[in-house]
Design a protein. Structure first.
Length: 289
């Protein structure tokens, strides 16, 4: 029988206790995914000209693993390298990896259009560290503490995945003095940490100063957990951080964002599994070289 109730974890220390220690909440609830309705055309295309000694991407590498494990099916009843799982994993990577990053960038552009003085400071840093004649690279990030702080603050206040993904207890566990029985769905509430007034000086205000010390150097904050924490922490965190830095700096290197005349920026989010901005119109003005 499936879980009969759901628990919501609130607060920084509870989430750390629940997600970071041990593997007692590392499973995902088994929601059915019908692989027969998912497109596997791309996988079939890959199969046609697949060369195991020259893998082009994730699908090619997975096909190699399927082949390696093919003859061992009887010895490895739990092996997960098969066509169905390849479809699910590819689906997961697109689902988890595209909307999250693009929503964060949409929040970023909106915050820059609203807080023009912050946008100007980012552009000043871009001009002095990167200039206009080359593209941003990841080597620039350590030299751009203000921009780094702004991107972190966009992620904090944007709170794109507010309820994390569901976890499920795989044995009875004690958290914060409560016993959660095996098989219960647990929703770790990231909002309670990203807006915790004990952790952030101005939790409800856009303030890149949350990530800067008095000397203007970037400081990492333990309560910054938009990617969650623990064993099931976002698999794409590093990729997402790279994408956010390169795209955000490239946008502001080339454009200045502003609201169209007479239009106010709206920060009330659209609520689904993600929190995204309402569709908006924006003016992107090309910066002079
Ligand atoms: C701003 C961008 C992103 C945010 C805020 C974000 C956030 C998250 C969060 C909160 C989780 C749930 C972690 C947990 O269950 O404790 C998660 C899981 C996951 N993310 Fe991301 N993510 C982002 C980008 C990406 C990208 C770019 C990829 C891959 C290309 C990705 C792939 C995944 C996968 C596969 C999981 C499931 C991991 C597992 O179950 O073990 N994410 N992400």
């Amino acid at each position: 029988m499936g879980p009969v109730w759901t628990v919501v974890l609130n607060g920084f220390s509870t989430l750390q206790e629940g997600l970071s220690k041990g593997d007692h909440m590392s499973d995902r609830p088994a929601f059915p995914i019908h692989t027969d309705v998912l497109p596997d055309l791309e996988i079939n295309k890959h199969r046609e000209d697949w060369n195991p000694s020259d893998p082009r991407d994730f699908i090619d590498c997975f096909l190699t693993e399927i082949q390696k494990h093919q003859d061992k099916r009887d010895d490895e009843p739990d092996a997960c390298f098969d066509g169905g799982n390849l479809v699910k994993c590819s689906f997961d990577l697109f689902g988890a990896g595209t909307e999250t990053t693009s929503i964060t960038l949409r929040w970023g552009v909106l915050y820059m259009a609203k807080y023009t003085e912050i946008q100007e400071k980012v552009q000043k840093e871009i001009d002095s560290v990167i200039g206009q004649s080359r593209e941003p690279s990841m080597e620039d990030r350590p030299n751009m503490p203000y921009t780094d702080a702004v991107i972190h603050e966009i992620q904090r206040i944007g709170n794109v995945v507010p309820h994390n993904l569901p976890h499920v207890t795989n044995r009875d566990v004690q958290i914060g003095g409560y016993t959660i029985p095996k098989g219960v769905i647990v929703m770790p509430n990231l909002t309670s940490v990203l807006f915790d007034k004990n952790e952030w000086e101005t939790p409800n205000t856009f303030n890149p100063g949350h990530f800067l010390n008095k000397e203007g150097k970037f400081v990492q904050r333990a309560a910054f957990i938009p990617f969650s924490v623990g064993k099931r922490v976002c698999l794409g965190e590093n990729l997402a951080r790279i994408e956010l830095f390169l795209l955000f700096t490239s946008f502001l290197q080339r454009f200045t964002f502003s609201m169209p005349p007479g239009v106010e920026a709206v920060f009330k989010p659209r609520v689904s599994i993600f929190l995204s901005p309402q569709p908006y119109q924006i003016c992107a003005t090309l910066r002079e070289e």
